[in-house]
Ligand binder design. Structure first.
Ligand SMILES: Cc1cc2nc3c(=O)[nH]c(=O)nc-3n(C[C@H](O)[C@H](O)[C@H](O)COP(=O)(O)OP(=O)(O)OC[C@H]3O[C@@H](n4cnc5c(N)ncnc54)[C@H](O)[C@@H]3O)c2cc1C
Length: 451
C-alpha cells in the first residue's frame, strides 16, 4: 500500500517516568494556581506542570495584569465576591508592592491591576508554602490511557527529553483544554457559527505624563474614532482599554484584535495561525503606539515597556461536561444546588471589531453561581477541568473566563480532588454538601446567603 506522503511514521519508544503524584494540575494560570493550592492545603501530594518558567497564565504570559471578576455589584453595593485562595494570593502580591487599588468599570463593577512580576513571585511563594511541587518548562504533549479509559500518565517534553508523569487524579487548567482533548472527553469550540472570542496582544507603555494623560481611558475611544475618520489610522477594533498601572507613568493597553487569513478570530489551537498572530499583533502594537504618541495628551514621550510574551487567548476548547453554564445563567443570576462559588463578571464578548458588554439587571444580586458539575467531564472519571476551558457555552464563557471565575473553579477542583482521594471515589461521586462546607470553611464565598 502506498504510504501517505503528508505524514511520517515515528519510531515507538519507551518514555522514562519522571514523577508520580496524587494530583497533577496542568497549567499555572489562575485556575491552576487555585487548584494546586487547595488540593495541597487539603493534604494531598500535588504536582503542577507549566510550559513557561513562571506562573500566572494569561495574567503574566499574555500581559493581562488586571483582575476582573473578583468584585460584584450586589444589589447596588460594589464588593468582593471571590475569596479563598485568591485572598492569600492578592495579599502576597500586595506585600510585594504590586497591587493597585480597585478601579471602576463603567461605574458598575470593579477591577484591580497588578504587576506581572509581583504576581509571578507571589504565586511561587503561595504554592511552595503549601508544598506543591512545580515543574516548569514542561510542555504537555499527550496522555497514556488505562484500559478503562481513564488517564494513566501525562507526557511532557522537557529540556531533559520526553518524560511521563503519573497521577491518580488530573486537573486540566491548561486554558485550551489540552488534557481533556487527549483524554477523549467531549468538548466544543466556538459559538453556533464557529466564532471564537478575538485574541489580543497586550502591551504596556511607560514614560507617560500622568497628570496630562488624566482620564485618558475616557478620551481614547473618541480620539481613535476621529483619527480613523480623518484617515490617519485604521484600527482593528473600536475603542481601547487604556489604564494606569500602580507605578507612575506606566499604562497598559488592550486594543489589538487578531484575525486569521480568513478574516475570523485567530484560533489559538492552530499552530500556524498562532505564529502569524504574534507578528500581526506586534504590527498593530506599533501602529497604536504611534497613535498614542501623536494624538493622546501625556503620551508624547511614552516608550514601549513590554509587549506580552504571547498573544492573549480568550477562548478555544470548552468542555461539554455534566452541566453547561449558559449565557442566560449569567444574565439571570442563576443559582445551582451544587454551587462552588460565584461569577460576577458580565458578558464581555470580543466580537469582530468591537467589545459587546451585557449585564444582569441593576436590581439583581449581580452574580450567578457556578455549579460543581461544570468541572466534571463525560467519559473520563479521573479528570476535572477548571478555568476558561470548563463547561460553559460560548456566551457564558465570555464572562466566567476572567480571573475571578477561574480562581473559584480552580479552588473547587483542587479541594474536590482531595475529597475524592480521601473517600476513594471518583470526583463525580463525592459528597457535594461536604465539598461546599469545606470550601466555605477555607474562606470561599458560595453566594448562598443572597438571592
Ligand atoms: C487579552 C486578554 C485580556 C484579558 N483581560 C482580563 C482582565 O483584565 N482581567 C481578567 O481577570 N481576565 C482577563 N482576561 C481573561 C483571563 O486572563 C483568562 O481567561 C484567565 O487567565 C484564564 O485562566 P486559566 O487558568 O483558565 O487559563 P490561562 O490563564 O490560559 O492559563 C493556562 C496555563 O496553562 C499553561 N499551559 C497551557 N497548555 C499547556 C501545555 N500543553 N503544557 C504545559 N502548560 C500548558 C499555559 O502556559 C498557562 O500558564 C483576559 C484575557 C485576554 C486574552
Amino acid at each position: 500500500m502506498p504510504t501517505d506522503p503528508s505524514a511520517l511514521n515515528e519510531a515507538a519508544r519507551r518514555t522514562p517516568l519522571l514523577a508520580e503524584t496524587e494530583v497533577l494540575v496542568l497549567g499555572g494560570g489562575p485556575a491552576g494556581i487555585a487548584a494546586a493550592a487547595s488540593a495541597a492545603a487539603a493534604g494531598r501530594q500535588v504536582l503542577l506542570v507549566e510550559r513557561y518558567g513562571f506562573l500566572g497564565g494569561m495574567g503574566t504570559a499574555a500581559g493581562v495584569t488586571n483582575f476582573c471578576g473578583l468584585h460584584g455589584n450586589v444589589h447596588g453595593e460594589l464588593k468582593r465576591v471571590v475569596h479563598g485562595v485568591a485572598d492569600e494570593l492578592l495579599q502576597r502580591i500586595d506585600a510585594l508592592g504590586g497591587l493597585n487599588e480597585p478601579h471602576a468599570i463603567f461605574g458598575r463593577t470593579l477591577a484591580q491591576a497588578y504587576d506581572g512580576a509581583a504576581y509571578k513571585c507571589a504565586a511561587d511563594e503561595l504554592l511552595l508554602a503549601r508544598g506543591v511541587q512545580l515543574l516548569f518548562h514542561a510542555q504537555a504533549a499527550g496522555v497514556a490511557l488505562r484500559d478503562d479509559g481513564d488517564i494513566d500518565a501525562l507526557f511532557v517534553e522537557t529540556r531533559s527529553g520526553r518524560r511521563a508523569l503519573r497521577a491518580r487524579l488530573f486537573i486540566d487548567c491548561s486554558g485550551d483544554g489540552d488534557l481533556m482533548h487527549w483524554a477523549g472527553a467531549p468538548w466544543e469550540q466556538g459559538d453556533a457559527h464557529g466564532e471564537l472570542l478575538y485574541p489580543t496582544l497586550m502591551f504596556r507603555v511607560a514614560g507617560v505624563d500622568d497628570a496630562r494623560a488624566g482620564e485618558a481611558w475616557r478620551e481614547v475611544g473618541p480620539r481613535m474614532l476621529q483619527a480613523q475618520r480623518a484617515g490617519r489610522y485604521r484600527f482593528a477594533r473600536q475603542g481601547a482599554i487604556l489604564r494606569p498601572m500602580k507605578h507612575a507613568g506606566e499604562w497598559r493597553v488592550n486594543v489589538t484584535q487578531i484575525r486569521n487569513a480568513q478574516g475570523r478570530a485567530m484560533d489559538g489551537t492552530d499552530a500556524l495561525q498562532l505564529s502569524a498572530g504574534e507578528v500581526e499583533g506586534r504590527r498593530q502594537v506599533r501602529d497604536f503606539f504611534a497613535f498614542l504618541r501623536a494624538e493622546m495628551p501625556g503620551f508624547e514621550n511614552a516608550y514601549l515597556l513590554e509587549i506580552a510574551p504571547q498573544v492573549g487567548i480568550r477562548e478555544t476548547r470548552r468542555l461539554r461536561g455534566q452541566a453547561v453554564l449558559r449565557g442566560e445563567d449569567v444574565l439571570g443570576c442563576a443559582s445551582f444546588d451544587d454551587a462552588i462559588g460565584v461569577n460576577a463578571w458580565p458578558l464581555e464578548q470580543h466580537v469582530a471589531g468591537d467589545v459587546k458588554w451585557s449585564w444582569p439587571s441593576e436590581q439583581s444580586r449581580g452574580f450567578n453561581q457556578l455549579p460543581w458539575r461544570m468541572l466534571l467531564p463525560q467519559r473520563v472519571s479521573n479528570l476535572l477541568v477548571a478555568g476558561r476551558c470548563a463547561s460553559m457555552d460560548a456566551v457564558a464563557q465570555s464572562a466566567a473566563r476572567v480571573s475571578g471565575g477561574c480562581f473559584v473553579m480552580g479552588e473547587a477542583a483542587g479541594l474536590g480532588a482531595a475529597l475524592a482521594l480521601r473517600a476513594g471515589r471518583a470526583p463525580a461521586d463525592i459528597d457535594v454538601a461536604a465539598l461546599q462546607a469545606a470550601l466555605e470553611q477555607q474562606g470561599a464565598y458560595l453566594g448562598r446567603d443572597i438571592h
